[in-house]
Ligand binder design. Sequence first.
Ligand SMILES: Nc1ncnc2c1ncn2[C@@H]1O[C@H](COP(=O)(O)OP(=O)(O)O)[C@@H](O)[C@H]1O
Ligand SMILES: CCCC(=O)OP(=O)(O)O
Length: 358
Amino acid sequence: MSRELILALNPRMQFTRIAVYRMNTTVFLKKINHKPEELEGFKSFADQAPMRAKIILDELKSNDIQMDDITVVIGRGGLLKPVRSGVYKVNEQMCEHLSGNEYGDDVVNLGGLLSQTLASELSNAQAYIADPVVVDELDDIARITGRPEYKKKSIFHALDHKTSARKFAQSIYKKYEDLNLIVAHLGGGISIGAHKKGKVIDSNQAYDGDGPFSPIRSGSLPIGDVIRECYSGKYTQDEMLSKQTGKGGLFAHFNTYSGYDVCKMRDAGDQKAAEVLSAMAYQVAKSIGAMYPVFGGEDVDGIIITGGMAKDEHFVREIKERVEKIAPVSIQPGAEVLGALSDYGNMILRKETEILEY
Ligand SMILES: Nc1ncnc2c1ncn2[C@@H]1O[C@H](COP(=O)(O)OP(=O)(O)O)[C@@H](O)[C@H]1O
Ligand SMILES: CCCC(=O)OP(=O)(O)O
């Protein structure tokens, strides 16, 4: 059996999930929580990389992981220039773009930066990312907006979308490339994508654009009101961007980053939580419905609902009731991000995947 180890990383706002794999066996799995006081004082998410990397290294060492055996460090890919789906070696330009927030400031940028920082501390490791949030397979028609200077960008949870869609295809003994699917990832961000024969030809711009509001993002807003707020003199540009991308949605209503907490409030009888969650489900359902014409009259073979909030049966039921006439609905609760990264890691080790250059 190969001694080589894969270290997979999924940095989130308040924690970092890490796992170590030897082939298909999980050797180590940990959710490292970061206390609010540890995260205070950093100007951007990218600046947290050295601090989080040190904690991860200490965690691996104290759990007797054979550091010299780690040859692949692979993280979720961040906000970068548009790229094709697949595995990328982390290079200098990628690190510059991620650390400089060239395409936006989000915790997901830490995926590539942590991979690079950790690989540089290990004697035999190379850093990678896979299916970053900027995988771009949009049809040209989906890019055009009502202002020639603005193009719709492809920003969605590509890793979970592709993994869930392939898993669904396998479950019905079909190839992903032969199916038309609508995938809804319900996580911290919410992305709804039209997967036509293996390509995501349309999606909401799930970071700073349109679509349903999510646990942390505002989604589509009445744009005139937003423009007036921008010019009110009350907020800086960074504050306005943060309201859209990290402090909108359920956070703006309830002051928590956790969709789980708001579901618990609803279950405990909180009327406002029930109303806002129902509105979120309503917006998700409308966005799923909006993908139907994208297939140009072809049948939709399935709607896949995935991500952390797909674990909440009440929330999922409210979406399902509104969309199940379009196509059969398959629920895949939770997002298997670390597992998906380890699959890519194994493909790297077996030389079964092209390593793309950013
Ligand atoms: N059992 C659950 N019920 C409702 N929401 C949940 C549950 N478990 C996790 N969540 C929420 O899912 C969101 C995270 O989704 P996830 O797909 O894991 O991550 P990501 O933010 O990367 O998309 C968080 O808002 C979290 O609180
Ligand atoms: C960064 C855009 C994609 C997205 O929203 O992902 P998360 O659900 O992981 O926040």
